[in-house]
Design a protein around this ligand. Sequence first.
Ligand SMILES: C[S@@+](CC[C@H](N)C(=O)[O-])C[C@H]1O[C@@H](n2cnc3c(N)ncnc32)[C@H](O)[C@@H]1O
Length: 334
Amino acid sequence: MANTLQQHKYNIAIAATGVVVGFVAAKLLNSKNPPLPPSVPELNDKPHPVPKPKVEPKNEEESVYETQKYVNEYLLLHYGEADEVLRHSFVPMDSLEFPRRVGKECLDAYKSVDKISRANNKRQSEMICESRSKLPNRAFDVGCGLGRTTFELAREFEECIGLEKSQSFVDACNELKQNGEMTYHVCEEGDVHSTYKAKIDPEIDRSRTKFIQGDACNLSSDLGQFSCVVAANLICRLPNPYKFLERLPHLVAPGGLLVLTTPCTWLTQFTPKKYWLGGHYDQNGKPVTTFETLKRILGPNFILIEEKNMRFFIRETARKNQWVVTQATIWRRR
Ligand SMILES: C[S@@+](CC[C@H](N)C(=O)[O-])C[C@H]1O[C@@H](n2cnc3c(N)ncnc32)[C@H](O)[C@@H]1O
């Protein structure tokens, strides 16, 4: 009996200690996380107007361009007005409308095809006799993104194919083709977004364009030949750029044009190192540039006409932008 009483007292003592420890712990916790002062406003948890991606990303490497964030950022890159992209007077305005400028480079080079032929013949370095009238009236924009360059090419070419790996991008291109415009949302900061409208110039005949989903490294064999093939900032996003480059002599008609731009941002996330065209050292320890490799691979079938820098902005938020200097090369098929 005395033992039972002793045990009972002992239990009560343990329980009481537990209550005291719990109370002290709660006090300590509370002092570490004091209640929010009344000046911190309640968050508005109402859903903001940014739509969910149509295609959910499967993994980071493969699906980076499938997310709605990228669709919005690329809509702004392709169609944004100056005051929508850049809010500050001190930023370089000549970095805007990159995909429109790529289209213009293609069209300008195409319009000088006859001049280039004459110049080449004069120097007797090459015999490229094709005049514009003999070339197929078709253009191909590989990795077309949100389609601005494809639409610009339709100012001149009767058939313009834009090929994209991302189904979300193809869907957006088709919406632009069908309606001539598309609403999208751009991040200002955090959850706050502005709503803009991408518009295609009404002077462009949108029925000349066709957007298809596909893989630049595994292009279908029945695409035919084009007067102009353009791949803007594509090659360093490919799992095997050599496979794409191998197809180019078949895709560009003799006398036709190839326009490549690349920021040479080689990343193993997209391209295994063994397929990097540049940005590595050769067996003798000499640095290899993308440009050198392009000249080596394309040289037998293409003449380099021009190499130049092209600038552009990709706006992430109102205060964070990527400023890129991409290397553009224009080639003529032998
Ligand atoms: C850096 S973005 C450039 C987009 C556009 N040409 C421009 O200048 O804004 C690269 C594009 O290539 C596409 N792409 C990546 N891998 C591809 C592949 N294997 N075949 C076709 N397109 C691909 C991406 O979805 C993305 O739209």
